[in-house]
Write a protein that binds this ligand. Structure first.
Ligand code: ARG
Length: 456
C-alpha cells in the first residue's frame, strides 16, 4: 500500500502507477533529499517534536540509505512514485515507527521545492566553474594568436578587418554575462521553502530559521503558498541556460563557416570531428552542428516550463512533477556542451595566413578612407558618398580599390593625397582602432591581460 493509502480502498492500477511515477527521473535528487531530511529531523528534535534518539537513528539511517543508493544496493519500485517516498519508506522499513516520524510538519510539496533548490544551487556553482574553463580556452586562443587578422562580417559580407583575438574575446564577454546570470539566479534559488507544508504552513512549533542555517540558505521563503506553487527560479535558470546555449550555437556557426573549404580559417582537431560513411574525404564539424541542434532542445525545455506553469491555480499541482524532466534535460545538455567545448577550442588550429589573405581585400578599409576624409574636415555623409562613388568607379573598371593611381582616386575623392593610397594596409587599419573596446592591437592586448587576471 502506498504511504498515503489510508483513505483508499483499492490499489492504484498498474498503468496509473506507471503514468504517475517520477522515480525514474527524480532519483537523482537523492543526496539533496537526504540532506534536507537530516536538517529537518535535527530541527524537529531541537524543538521537542521528536525524541533526540529518534533523530539520531533517522540521521544515521539516512546516511546508510545514501550509501546503499550510491552502491547500487537500493531497490526502486514505481509503486512508491518518487524519491521522497522511496527514502521515507526505506527509513520505515528499518526503523519502524521511529522512521515514521520523519515526515512530521512536512509535505512532499515543500520537500520537493527544497530538494530542487538544493540541487540547482549545486548545479549553478558547478556550471559557473565550467563556464570559466570555457572562457579560459577562448582567452588562450586569443593570447596565442595576438596578431592574426581576419575580415569581420556584418550580414556575412566583408565589413572591416578585426583581430581574431577580438573575435574570441567577444565570446568571452558573452560567457561572462552567462555566468553573471547564473550567479544572479542563484540568489533567488537560495531561499529555503521547507516549513511551508502542503501549502499553509504547519501547526507544529518548527524552527525554519534553524533549517535555513543548517542547509546554508540565505533566508526562508515568506509565503507558504508561493513557496510550494512557483518554479520561477528554475525557469530563470533554464532561461540562462538557453541564452548560454544560444551563444555557443553562434560560436559553432562561426566555426562551421571557418572550417569550410571556402573560408579555411581554422581546423578543428580530428577528435572533435566525424567522417562520412560514403565520402572518404569528408571531415565534418558535427559537434558544432549538434550544438545548434541541442540549443533548440534547451529552448524546448524553457518553453515547456513556461507553458507548464502558466495555467496553474495556486498552489501545488501535479503538473509540476514534470518540471524536473525539462530542468534536468536542459542541465544535462548544457553540461555536455561545457565538457566538449573547452578542449575543442584549445586544440583548434588557427590558419592565420588564410585569414590574413582574406583580410587583404582593400574594400575592408573603405571606412578608413571615409574617416581619413573626416579628419580633413569633410562632413561624414559627404565622405561616405565620395568613397561610395570611388568603390563604384573601381568596380566598373574591374579593379581592386588598391589598384588605382592617385589621379584616378581623385576623380571621386578630390581631397585624396598620397597618404590615402597607404590606407589599405590591414595591420595599420587594425592598429588605428584604439578606442576602448575596439579591435586595435593595444586595446585587445589590454583585454587579454584583463581576462587572464580575472580568470586566473
Ligand atoms: N513527485 C512529486 C513532484 O515531483 C512530489 C510532490 C508530490 N505531491 C503531491 N501532493 N502529490 O512534484
Amino acid at each position: 500500500m502506498a504511504l498515503w493509502g489510508g483513505r483508499f480502498s483499492s490499489a492504484t492500477r498498474d498503468e496509473v502507477a506507471l503514468y504517475s511515477e517520477s522515480i525514474s527521473f527524480d532519483k537523482r535528487l537523492y543526496r539533496h533529499d537526504i540532506e534536507g531530511s537530516k536538517a529537518h529531523v535535527k530541527m524537529l528534535a531541537a524543538q521537542g517534536i521528536i525524541p533526540e534518539a529518534t533523530c539520531e537513528a533517522i540521521r544515521a539511517e539516512l546516511d546508510n540509505i545514501r550509501r546503499r543508493i550510491e552502491a547500487g544496493d537500493f531497490a526502486y519500485d514505481i509503486s512508491m512514485e518518487d524519491i521522497h517516498m522511496h527514502i521515507e519508506s526505506a527509513l520505515i522499513d528499518v526503523l519502524g515507527s521511529e522512521g515514521a516520524r520523519v515526515h512530521s510538519a512536512r509535505s512532499r510539496n515543500d520537500q520537493v521545492a527544497l530538494d530542487i533548490r538544493l540541487y540547482l544551487r549545486d548545479e549553478i556553482d558547478f556550471l559557473i566553474g565550467e563556464l570559466r574553463h570555457f572562457q579560459r580556452a577562448l582567452v588562450a586562443q586569443a593570447d596565442a594568436n595576438p596578431k592574426a587578422i581576419l575580415p569581420g562580417f556584418t550580414h556575412l559580407q566583408h565589413a572591416q578587418v578585426v583581430l581574431f583575438a577580438h573575435h574570441m574575446l567577444a565570446y568571452v564577454e558573452m560567457l561572462d554575462r552567462d555566468a553573471e546570470r547564473l550567479a544572479d539566479c542563484r540568489r533567488r534559488v537560495n531561499v529555503m521553502p521547507l516549513g511551508s507544508g502542503a501549502l499553509a504552513g504547519t501547526t507544529l512549533p518548527i524552527n525554519r530559521e534553524m533549517v535555513c542555517r543548517e542547509l546554508g540558505f540565505d533566508r526562508v521563503t515568506r509565503n507558504s503558498m508561493d513557496a510550494v506553487a512557483d518554479r520561477d527560479f528554475a525557469i530563470e535558470l533554464v532561461n540562462a541556460l538557453a541564452i548560454f546555449a544560444m551563444h555557443t550555437s553562434r560560436l559553432s556557426e562561426d566555426l562551421i563557416l571557418w572550417c569550410s573549404q571556402e573560408f579555411n580559417f581554422v581546423e578543428l582537431d580530428d577528435a572533435f570531428c566525424t567522417g562520412s560513411s560514403l565520402m572518404p574525404q569528408k571531415k565534418n564539424p558535427d559537434v558544432c552542428e549538434l550544438t545548434r541542434g541541442k540549443t533548440a532542445r534547451v529552448y524546448g525545455d524553457l518553453t515547456a516550463l513556461l507553458t507548464m506553469c502558466k495555467g496553474l491555480p495556486l498552489t501545488y499541482n501535479r503538473d509540476l512533477q514534470e518540471d524536473k524532466v525539462a530542468i534536468f534535460d536542459a542541465l544535462d545538455t548544457v553540461k555536455m556542451i561545457l565538457k566538449v567545448y573547452p578542449p575543442m577550442i584549445e586544440t583548434m588550429k588557427i590558419k592565420a595566413e588564410n585569414m590574413r589573405a582574406a583580410a587583404s581585400d582593400p574594400a575592408l578599409m573603405a571606412t578608413d578612407i571615409a574617416e581619413k576624409l573626416v579628419e580633413l574636415k569633410v562632413p561624414f555623409r559627404t565622405a561616405h558618398h565620395r568613397v561610395g562613388s570611388f568603390v563604384k568607379y573601381c568596380k566598373e573598371r574591374g579593379k581592386r580599390l588598391d589598384e588605382v593611381t592617385l589621379e584616378e582616386m581623385r576623380e571621386t575623392i578630390p581631397e585624396a593625397t598620397a597618404e590615402f593610397l597607404t590606407l589599405f594596409d590591414p595591420e595599420q587599419s587594425v592598429a588605428k582602432r584604439d578606442v576602448t573596446g575596439a579591435t586595435g592591437f593595444r586595446q585587445v592586448e589590454k583585454q587579454i591581460g584583463y581576462w587572464k587576471k580575472v580568470l586566473a
